[in-house]
Design a protein around this ligand. Structure first.
Ligand SMILES: *Cc1c(COP(=O)(O)O)cnc(C)c1O
Length: 374
């Protein structure tokens, strides 16, 4: 049985005609960078997310970097990030000469622990970058309240949660990535909305920030060859835009298919003494970029070996806390140990989840996982 963490190929075959036609149109016009196809996708995504501005860029890492560049921070300013996330979130902070202040996460939601955020805020704190890890929103209402209280910016890392809905206590519903001052996302092929190369975008409802983000992504210019600020070169190309336009129409359906996979796994592992299935929070829908279990009693690594041996794909996102990475030694604010982050690095394991999974595949995977414990 062919099992994969993601199956981009089978998904492509279902939309092949539209994607191929779009790519050929781009080849015919030879407008490869920017142009009408990128504009069209930008507007479609603005409408899908219900946000005023989408600014496409080259990848999700750039999106976070450009977002932070737009906030006028100075070297030495502190930016709060979860210690349990993909490296990109903290990397750009260090790259800009800012200090990544790594904060612990909750063991049930895997997201930033809001109690710990407030403890980490100092007069130098200028921004918080919550990550909606594995496809479920961080506690954005509390985070936004803290940010207003302390006059700091919020940049959402929405690379893993595009399409998720966050519900505020007054019943208002917003898409993740549109709640903070700026939202960032990635269109890396394996993401929930992935293209066939690199791609990313920033989202904001603020007109001035939108203008600035667009300018920074384009060498700091809004009039060609007149450079107002130091920017960078970060563009989405037209071939990626047509792929994204074709796939955006299916995003809700794709996310529903992922949820069905998660429901199957949840049912198979329900009540198991040594497996903790992922929490579904009350304030956020879950788009299951990853389906991540926690394995108790120190058995995660042996279970991983067992799955590897039986050719069941699996991944550990993420094995090492960010503060233990060599790369961050120089920019560290001194964080050495965060209890929940350490626990999760030792307990998490992600199983295959994508839009094309069959019940037969799911049953096979679940049987093997359960067999390991029996
Ligand atoms: C994928 C990802 C990114 C980076 O996106 P790229 O497009 O690969 O640069 C950033 N943060 C998180 C949480 C991600 O999963």
């Amino acid at each position: 049985m062919l099992l994969q963490m993601v199956d981009v190929k089978s998904q492509y075959l279902k939309i092949k005609e539209e994607v191929d036609r779009g790519i050929h149109e781009v080849l015919d016009t030879t407008i490869f960078i920017g142009g009408p196809k990128v504009k069209k996708f930008q507007e479609e995504l603005e409408s899908y997310l219900g946000v005023k501005h989408v600014i496409p860029c080259a990848n999700g890492t750039d999106a976070i970097q450009i977002a932070l560049m737009a906030l006028g921070l100075k070297p030495g300013d502190e930016v709060i990030v979860p210690a349990f996330t993909y490296v990109a979130t903290a990397e750009v902070i260090a790259l800009l000469g800012l200090v990544p202040v790594m904060v612990d996460v909750d063991t049930d939601s895997f997201n930033l622990s809001v109690e710990d955020i407030e403890k980490a805020i100092t007069p130098k704190t200028k921004a918080i970058v919550p990550v909606h890890l594995y496809g479920q929103s961080a506690d954005m209402e509390t985070i936004m309240n803290l940010a207003h209280k302390h006059n700091i910016f919020v940049v959402e890392d929405n690379a893993q949660a595009i399409g998720a809905d966050y519900t505020f206590s007054d019943g208002t519903v917003k898409k993740t990535g549109t709640i903070g001052h700026i939202g960032c996302t990635s269109f890396y092929p394996s993401k929930n909305l992935g293209c066939y190369g690199d791609g990313g975008a920033m989202m904001t409802n603020d007109d001035d920030l939108a203008t600035l983000l667009r300018k920074i992504a384009n060498h700091g210019q809004s009039v060609r060859y007149y450079h107002d600020v130091v920017g960078c070169n970060s563009r989405l190309d037209a071939i990626q835009a047509v792929v994204l336009s074709a796939k955006l129409k299916h995003l809700d359906e794709y996310n529903a298919a992922r949820k069905k996979v998660a429901d199957f796994y949840d049912a198979a592992f329900a009540g198991h003494a040594e497996i903790i299935t992922p929490l579904r929070s009350t304030f956020s829908t879950h788009v299951f970029h990853q389906y991540t279990l926690r394995i108790k009693n120190g058995k995660r690594d042996v279970m991983k070996d067992f799955l590897d041996e039986h050719k069941i794909p699996n991944m550990i996102y993420y094995p090492v806390p960010l503060y233990k990475q060599e790369a961050f030694k120089a920019s560290s604010n001194g964080t050495e140990y965060l209890e929940n982050t350490e626990l999760l690095c030792n307990e998490v394991i992600s199983l295959p989840i994508h839009t094309e999974m069959t019940e037969e595949q799911l049953r096979y995977i679940c049987d093997h996982v359960l067999r390991f414990f029996s």
